[in-house]
Design a protein around this ligand. Structure first.
Ligand code: BDP
Length: 716
């Protein structure tokens, strides 16, 4: 290296380490590729990184080279990576299995034989590192795997990784409207700038694709489930096609939401009856047209017969009739229909949590081969804690996919820090007992339990135009964890959190360890200060921000809090046992047995399934009222502990990021207190008992909290 280059390099390093504030670190997500500070580590990685060979020359290989260039320039500031990937004597070799040197292929035969589509292997052999896969996209995933290994400081010489995705379609659902507002979005506006599309491909689309590919996400539905039929017209198809073109090299397929009465709205058909031949013909023609724009179009995501959306019910048809009409149109092109199970009638006087099961279970086996039924994690609606949805395990003949909400509609929206992976893990590892013990939801989803022909998982995106994409800096971690769990729903969530923190912030254990600890406890803390003991849907009306246990009346009962908690002087809770709505019956007998008895059900689900007297003694030795109050208090103390833990980390990460979090945690603590005070004052009217020792009294009276007026809460 010339003296001049050495000087330049040293200067760059100096500048990088001196600057506490990087240019917008939030935007780079977990792909920071920060300079490797430790000289020894840096040198050992550089030996490899300076000699890379990328074998192929496809669009995806170009993307791989670009990513390596970006990463290299980040890890080793000052080095020249303009011709990365061209080394004739590689220390890192990236190429398809079929191109591996014979000696390497035979030494790794077992590993290579177990590679599934898009899976990848990373291994070190005779001083070289190999990244290999059967597909181009697998190579891209493998490259990101290699970069993660460096970002998290794994020694390359002992790399031994074999990764196969357990779920085929790993997708984001954007609830983005064509006017760029985002339903339940708390991070600004939609990143899809429809007005500038198709001519302008913003760098943010590319960075979106990079971030998704780095965690294995391979599908995106870009429009709101409360669908606008316009997206199926040429003007918008051209725009969607431009996005699909941009995403293709990253292995991401585009899906669109289909409004069920689009044949009427767009072309004046008299009906949208799925059994009407003209309607079926319309969908066929529409599918043909879409595939002319987007040859690898993923398919339709459909919300029907739910919250005002049109659907087959309007014509006395079943959900299967509706789904199959669209599926038939997509079938010749290889497209899928993701038909949501979030169906509930305006008028049914039964328990809302029962309706999806009642409607779909009898239709098991009646859906076309290219339909997947998309089921929310719980039977109600993305509450801070719900039991798993009873459809999981109950539809052996119909592929079911999971719908998680990454955006935090009911969990503090943009300002609360809660590691959603903990909540998702609880559901993924729940045992449905569909085929005896060990029939976990994750085994339903990965197809191993019922041998599903398609497997898929979706997360409702938390992404918007905010500079850091997700509003809350820690909400990036939810996007990241979703991708990792979509790839492997049995993955270890602590490891995921550690990887994410190291890649995003620093490898310094004095930062990573306490923050992982906060993340692992954050969900339980939030449940305590919002909806302890199985309480649910007690948020403020419509925008769902903040407490609203008093919400009652209005258009529909099952949109109110009083419908769900049923508090009175006798007690509180929704009886879903035989003596009540009997929603419990929808679960397997083993599950019913765990939950049927109020004396031994986990307290986490107590008031979800049971109505309980205020003075009932619980397993903790406290009465119900005492336990509720103590849990609300525990939640507040938990939020304060999170804040204190964070404050002790001053100086360890980027200052602007630190400050951002500091102010959000102050909000979280005050909102936790708000939740505790509002809920306890409200429920105390019924329990008529004093607060137990240790529970802080509210600063105001109930009227004060009920009188809060809020304007322009985002997301609606
Ligand atoms: C609810 C949201 C609503 C969505 C609906 C859905 O409040 O905005 O449209 O779910 O999933 O959680 O369709």
């Amino acid at each position: 290296m010339s003296y001049y280059r050495k000087f330049l390099w040293a200067f760059c390093l100096f500048v990088c380490f001196q600057l506490p504030v990087q240019a917008d670190p939030g935007y780079k997500l977990w792909l920071q590729y920060a300079p490797i500070e430790d000289a020894r580590e840096r040198d050992s990685y550089r030996v490899f990184f300076s000699q890379i060979q990328v074998m192929g020359h496809s669009d995806t290989d170009a993307v791989i080279r670009k990513e390596l260039q970006l990463a290299g320039s980040g890890f080793f500031p000052g080095d020249d990576f303009s011709s990365v990937g061209e080394s004739a004597d590689p220390k890192i070799w990236i190429g398809k299995v079929s191109l591996l040197p014979n000696s390497v292929a035979s030494a790794q035969a077992d590993k290579l034989a177990s590679l599934s589509e898009d899976g990848y292997a990373l291994f070190a052999l005779e001083g070289r590192v190999f990244v290999t896969s059967n597909t181009e996209i697998g190579l891209l995933y493998g490259t990101f795997g290699l970069l993660k290994a460096i970002q998290t400081r794994q020694p390359l010489t002992s790399l031994e990784v074999l990764e196969n995705p357990k779920i085929q379609t790993r997708m984001l659902n954007h609830w983005d409207n064509l006017n760029r507002t985002v339903e339940r979005g708390y991070a600004g506006f939609s990143i899809w700038n429809w007005h500038r599309l198709p001519k302008h491909i913003d760098q943010q689309y590319i960075d979106y694709a990079r971030a998704n590919a780095s965690i294995g996400i391979n599908a995106t539905s870009i429009t709101n489930v409360n669908a606008n039929a316009l997206v199926l017209t040429p003007v918008y198809l051209e725009k969607a096609a431009a996005l699909a073109d941009a995403f293709r090299p990253y292995g991401i397929k585009v899906f669109l939401t289909a409004r069920f009465n689009a044949p009427m709205q767009l072309d004046g058909l008299e009906t949208a009856d799925p059994l009407d031949p003209a309607v079926r013909e319309w969908w066929k023609k529409k599918a043909d047209e879409i595939y002319r724009y987007i040859p690898d179009f993923g398919g339709f995501l459909v919300k029907a017969d739910s919250e005002g959306q049109p659907g087959p019910h309007n014509y006395g048809r079943t959900q299967a009739d509706g789904a199959n009409a669209l599926a038939e149109a997509l079938e010749p092109h290889g497209g899928l229909v993701m038909w949501r199970a979030f169906v509930y009638s305006e008028n049914t006087p039964t328990d809302r949590t029962k309706q999806a099961f009642d409607e779909f279970k009898p239709l098991d086996g009646k859906f076309n081969d290219n339909v997947i039924v998309q089921v929310k994690n719980g039977p109600l609606d993305f509450q801070p804690r719900e039991p798993f949805h009873p459809l999981f395990g109950a539809m052996p003949e119909t592929p079911l996919m999971m719908e998680f909400q990454i955006t935090k509609e009911y969990l503090g929206q943009d300002t609360h820090w809660v590691n959603l992976a903990s909540m998702w893990e609880e559901v993924l590892q729940a045992d449905t007992y569909a085929k005896g013990a060990g029939s976990t939801v994750s085994n339903v989803l990965d197809g191993s339990l019922h041998g599903y022909r398609h497997t898929a998982i979706a997360g409702v995106a938390n992404i918007g135009t905010d500079r850091n994409w997700t509003g809350h800096p820690m909400a990036q971690g939810d996007w990241y964890s979703f991708g990792r769990l979509a790839w492997n729903p049995d993955a270890d969530i602590r490891e995921i959190a550690e990887d994410w923190l190291k890649m995003t912030f620093t490898n310094d254990p004095s930062f990573v360890d306490p923050v992982v600890d906060v993340m692992m406890k954050s969900h339980e803390i939030l449940v305590d200060y919002m909806t302890p003991l199985g309480l649910h849907h007690i948020m403020a009306r419509s925008h769902h921000w903040g407490p609203g246990p008093w919400v009652t009346g209005g258009r529909r009962d099952d949109w109110t809090a009083t419908y769900y908690h049923r508090a009175s002087e006798d007690g509180i809770g929704f009886d879903r046992t035989e003596s009540g709505s009997n929603a419990l019956e929808q679960y397997a007998p083993e599950v019913r047995n765990q939950w049927r008895n109020p004396d031994n059900i986990s307290l986490d689900y107590l008031l979800w399934f049971h109505r309980v007297a205020w003075d009932k003694k619980l397993s903790t030795g406290n009465t119900l009222w005492e336990e509720m109050a103590l849990r609300y208090q525990r939640g507040v103390e938990g939020a304060r502990w999170m804040e204190q833990t964070w404050l002790a980390l001053d100086g360890r990460i980027d200052e602007a990021m630190f400050e951002h979090m500091r102010s959000f945690l102050a909000i979280q603590v005050s909102e936790a207190e708000w939740w505790r005070d509002a809920c306890l004052l409200y429920f105390q009217q019924f329990s008529q008992q004093p607060l137990p020792a240790g529970v802080e009294a509210a600063a105001h009276d109930l009227e004060y909290y009920q009188g809060f007026r809020r304007f322009f809460v985002p997301g609606i």
